[in-house]
Design a binder for this molecule. Structure first.
Ligand code: XBP
Ligand code: MG
Length: 251
């Protein structure tokens, strides 16, 4: 089957958002609510095992802060904390501090020039996606995508495949016509669970995770002047990922 569609994860894949974006925003929200919780770089890496910010806060309280006595309205508190966190995260993006990863802008433009279908498939809050695209890619970049699948639209977040199933149904394509780009084991399990071939671009947080069965594992998508490192799979003699290379991985 011909490759018609590329599906992109957001956090860790489009941009390295977690350590200096989401993590900082969570900590600011905790401080604003008078909580002495602080997620350092190492702890946050462990908390990334759970996708979704609200889910991550609950997981932290249940597993890492057992001394904390939950108030009766704890669910409300989680929602409020997460809203506050989302506000701070937008401020960080608007300050222009989170660039796109190498090759993302170039590959998206090449895919559009070839009339391919593009989708975003993420567990993050929808507003985070549009703000990131606007601030770090292009003012109009949200319109580059045929489908944006984000946040709570499916109850079961990655590693469940549900968000990928939702996205390909909206795109109107078969999984065999797609490639996904992911950075994490949770994301890879989701895309693979939906039957979609997946290329991995690792981050510092995910480089030691298990990606066996991926079409390729790369440092990043690379640029002509700053080539990628191929950690697993073949680059067919190429120095950066373009649509031709995606077609070879897909074949
Ligand atoms: C990554 C996530 C998200 C973010 C935080 O998603 O798990 O939860 O860490 O965003 P992906 P929210 O890699 O699928 O893009 O606080 O908005 O959930
Ligand atoms: Mg990710």
């Amino acid at each position: 089957m011909t490759l018609t569609s590329i599906l992109f994860d957001v956090d860790g894949t489009l941009a390295d958002t977690e350590r200096d974006g989401h993590r900082i925003a969570f900590n600011k929200a905790f401080e604003a609510f008078g909580l002495d919780w602080n997620w350092d770089v190492e702890l946050y890496g462990r908390l990334l095992a759970v996708t979704g910010g609200k889910e991550r806060i609950r997981h932290y309280v249940d597993h890492w802060n057992k001394a904390y006595v939950k108030p009766s309205d704890f669910d409300d508190l989680v929602s409020q904390l997460h809203r506050e966190k989302t506000k701070y995260y937008a401020e960080i993006l608007e300050a222009g501090n989170i660039p796109m990863r190498p090759g993302i802008s170039r590959l998206l433009k090449e895919a559009m020039a070839r009339d391919m279908k593009l989708a975003i498939v993420t567990t993050t809050t929808p507003g985070n996606v549009t703000t990131l695209l606007k601030c770090s890619l292009d003012p109009d970049a949200a319109n580059w995508f045929d489908v944006i699948a984000a946040g709570d639209i499916v109850p079961a977040k990655k590693p469940a495949p549900d968000i990928y199933f939702w996205a390909i149904e909206r795109l109107g394509v078969q999984p065999q016509a797609c490639i996904a780009v992911e950075d994490s084991e949770n994301g890879f399990q989701a895309s693979r669970g939906a039957g979609i071939k997946t290329v991995i671009t690792v981050t510092d947080y995910t480089k030691d995770q298990n990606f066996s069965g991926a079409a390729a594992i790369l440092s990043d998508l690379g640029e002509p002047e700053t080539p990628f490192n191929v950690l697993q799979g073949s680059s067919y003699g190429k120095r950066y990922a373009d649509i031709d290379l995606f077609e070879r991985w897909h074949a």
